[in-house]
Design a protein around this ligand. Structure first.
Ligand SMILES: *Cc1c(COP(=O)(O)O)cnc(C)c1O
Length: 395
């Protein structure tokens, strides 16, 4: 198929849910992607914060190949080794005692919402079922998770949404206090909002949310689907704020591109998910969990998080320098390698110009550029993007 026939055929036979750039990628290597013409692109979005160890990682590729030739799927009627080893790694590296495996971020959040409701049903407070989420949040596209999402455009056309969600502005503790009632079961939030515009809360906000949840006798759920797995310079973003949740969801970077979503919880809360309470046919297959386990092993072995911290600081300094030179940049925000740049103008033409110059970035919330490169991105790659942006902003 030629490029134009790929695009023409896609226009005919693929669901029209995605507005895509007219690029057909055929392979990747590290932080680079190559299209059908052989043109090289430096990837500063990593499949939306997914391919944190880069494309075609040889160690991960060989683990996948070997596991595929050994055992791909058994269902959860039985035990398999990689699933258990991955759960062991995740619990020994987090606050959590137990892990539920699904296949996507939305499924992980579905599990978290179900667990919060079930926990109070099991503990003699059946009327506590509501969840307070944040304005501008993003939690997924299934019916429950879009109902939990604080953006009208995500819900448009799907009414009635699921009942039981209330919203408070992010980073406003008084508004959150007012939104919590006698029927609230949990507060659900992203420690740093991703789709909402890379919004980092004030230092004291998350600890105050934790205290408020404790005083109210309700659960705290962190959606770390985008911020987790080292993206912000800590394995989990909540540790920047010294705040521990009761439930956490992880997905995007955990499988470096293989579909996996997990919900982690403390023993006390996870106890509400007894046999038969929840399930997923594909959840935690040996294939996907072997790949994720290799991702985790590489994180430990290659000191990925410290590298992310160092290179993230460098990148942010460079973006700040760019801001000092260009009036149309409002601010630079984010942590580690989840960075955003708020512009006075629309982000889309800048994203387009970067693409033409061989750099992949994306826009969120109309005027914000998002940078989420693989955590193995190098200084020369960052310098090249900065030069490209400098040129674009000078025009
Ligand atoms: C991407 C994302 C989701 C949804 O994940 P899917 O795998 O697309 O279902 C949920 N929450 C956050 C914070 C995300 O960034």
């Amino acid at each position: 198929m030629t490029i134009s026939s790929v695009i023409d055929t896609a226009d005919r036979v693929v669901a029209t849910t995605y507005k895509r750039f007219p690029v057909v990628f055929t392979r990747g290597q590290g932080c680079r992607l190559y299209d059908e013409t052989g043109k090289e692109y430096t990837d500063f979005i990593a499949g939306i914060a997914v391919c944190s160890l880069g494309h075609a990682h040889p160690g991960i590729a060989s683990v996948i190949a070997e596991q595929a030739a050994t055992l791909i799927h058994t269902s959860n009627l039985y035990y398999t080794v990689p699933q258990v080893e991955l759960a062991d790694w995740l619990t020994s590296h987090s606050f959590a005692d137990r892990v539920f495996f699904g296949n996507s971020g939305a499924e992980a959040n579905e599990a978290a919402i179900k667990l919060a409701r079930k926990y109070f049903k099991d503990n003699g407070q059946p009327d506590r079922y509501r969840i307070v989420a944040m304005e501008k949040s993003f939690h997924g596209r299934t019916m429950a998770t879009l109902s939990a999402t604080g953006q009208e455009k995500i819900k448009k056309g799907f009414a009635p949404v699921l009942e039981g969600f209330d919203f408070a502005p992010f980073n406003d503790i008084d508004a959150l206090r007012a939104a919590i009632g006698p029927d609230t079961a949990a507060v659900l939030l992203e420690p740093i909002q991703g789709e909402g515009g890379i919004r980092v809360p004030d230092e004291g906000y998350l600890p105050a949310v934790r205290r408020l949840c404790d005083e109210s006798g309700i659960l705290l759920i962190f959606d770390e689907i985008q911020t987790g797995m080292g993206r912000t310079g800590q394995l989990f973003a909540h540790t920047h704020f010294s705040t521990t949740p009761d439930i956490m969801t992880l997905a995007k970077a955990l499988g470096n591109g293989l579909p996996i979503g997990t919900m982690l919880a403390t023993e006390k809360v996870a106890a509400a998910f007894g046999p038969g309470a929840h399930a997923s046919t594909f959840g935690g297959t040996p294939l996907v969990t072997a790949a994720a386990l290799e991702v985790c092993r590489i994180f430990d072995e290659d000191d990925i998080i410290n590298k992310c911290n160092r290179i993230g600081k460098y990148f942010k300094e460079k973006l700040d320098e760019l801001k000092s030179r260009h009036d149309l940049i409002r601010d630079v925000r984010g942590r580690g390698l989840l960075l955003g740049m708020r512009l006075k103008v629309e982000a889309a033409p800048v994203v387009q110009a970067c693409l033409e110059n061989g750099f992949l970035i994306n826009g969120v919330q109309e005027k914000i550029l998002r940078f989420a490169p693989p955590l193995i991105v190098s200084r020369p790659e960052i310098d090249a993007l900065i030069d490209c942006l400098d040129d674009i902003f000078s025009r």
